[in-house]
Design a protein around this ligand. Structure first.
Ligand SMILES: [Zn+2]
Length: 342
């Protein structure tokens, strides 16, 4: 696979426009309504706009089970995390396979339609163990899984409207970012995932990418994180300052990623890379404790996990970078890869 291609080879779009959208919006009024929570609504939008290519809808059992067991979709393509539509008991029992449902955000506003190909129940503890390596609710990612419904609806979706997102104007679609990189003449772009305002260590990693590549995409996650994490406003404002006042003009793009933190450590690091591949990145930075809540994963578990996969098959180069620190003897910021003072 060529670098920079969407995962699976084709950028998915499930957006319906024009007269067809009007027609489906009318039709949706008559359909049973499934209300998605904020996280699932963001997943809906990523599927619709190709951020989760090659997914065209919420996962059925075949994909779900192989993702848990092998971090691959049913057809063999690498994909490390489940993307599912959990529903309450009532919606689950009232909907049959083959039905069409309207998908709504929490306000009740209908955003799209889904053809229910499958409905099935899952074992949430088994899912947590497969994805996180733990089923202890003290883990901030595991608790999100265990609190979720175990009843799932699956099938291809069609999107009619954009959900209400935080920093809406900053949440640019894969198509928009790809066009932006092309307009700037960038052939190589590193994606930088974050849920924090910039600090010296992250700045060091970003500078490494800027030394090597044409451009850098700073792509903070704007969905649900965990209690005590930074607010989006602080993250965005600090990055705007850094880009305006420190980095050279025209070398860094800031956009927001409408998704939620799973805190799944190694598997989520790989997921973050594949999603940024869909947004047009050719490279992706994975540092120390990527997507890892403290105390649950080793510093470089995500590096070891990603090394198991063939880079050619991933279709994106992963920059596995060590955690930077300031070394007095070196007189500069360094890492274990560049400083021997220990
Ligand atoms: Zn040193």
């Amino acid at each position: 696979m060529r670098l920079g291609e969407p995962h699976g080879g084709k950028l998915v779009s499930r957006l319906v426009e024009g007269p067809e959208r009007e027609r489906l919006a009318e039709e949706a009024l008559e359909l049973p309504k499934v209300v998605m929570d904020a996280n699932t609504t963001m997943d809906f939008w990523q599927i619709a706009t190709g951020g989760f290519s090659p997914l065209e809808g919420f996962m059925g059992r075949g994909d779900y089970e192989r993702v848990l067991a092998e971090a691959r979709l049913e057809d063999g393509l690498i994909w490390p995390l489940p993307v599912v539509l959990p529903v309450g008991e009532e919606a689950f029992s009232s909907v049959s396979e083959g039905d069409e449902v309207a998908l709504a955000e929490s306000s009740g506003r209908v955003l799209g339609l889904m053809e229910v190909e499958e409905k099935f129940s899952v074992d949430l503890r088994a899912e947590a163990r497969a994805v996180y390596g733990y089923d202890d609710p003290a883990h901030p990612g595991v608790v999100k899984v265990l609190r979720r419904s175990d009843k799932l609806l699956a099938g291809p979706l069609r999107a009619l409207k954009e959900p209400s997102l935080p920093f809406q104007e900053l949440c640019r679609t894969p198509e928009e970012l790809r066009a932006e990189f092309k307009a700037r003449g960038w052939r190589t772009v590193a994606g930088f995932q974050t849920r924090n305002p910039p600090h010296r260590a992250h700045e060091h990693l970003q500078r490494i990418a800027l030394e090597l590549l044409d451009g850098l995409l700073i792509h903070p996650v704007l969905g649900e994180k965990k209690p005590g994490d930074f607010k989006n406003e602080a993250i965005i404002e600090a990055y705007r300052w850094l880009i305006e006042n420190v980095y050279p003009k025209g070398r860094v793009v800031l956009s927001g990623l409408a998704t939620w933190m799973r805190f799944a450590g190694p598997r989520e690091a790989l997921f973050h890379a594949l999603v940024r591949k869909n947004y047009g990145c050719t490279h992706f930075i994975v540092g120390r404790l990527h997507a890892s809540p403290s105390g649950w994963y080793g510093d470089y578990d995500a590096h070891d996990y990603i090394r198991q996969f063939d880079e050619e098959e991933l279709g994106i180069s992963i920059l596995l970078l060590k955690g930077p620190f300031y070394c007095r003897a070196c007189g500069c910021t360094a890492t274990d890869s560049t400083c021997g003072h220990g």
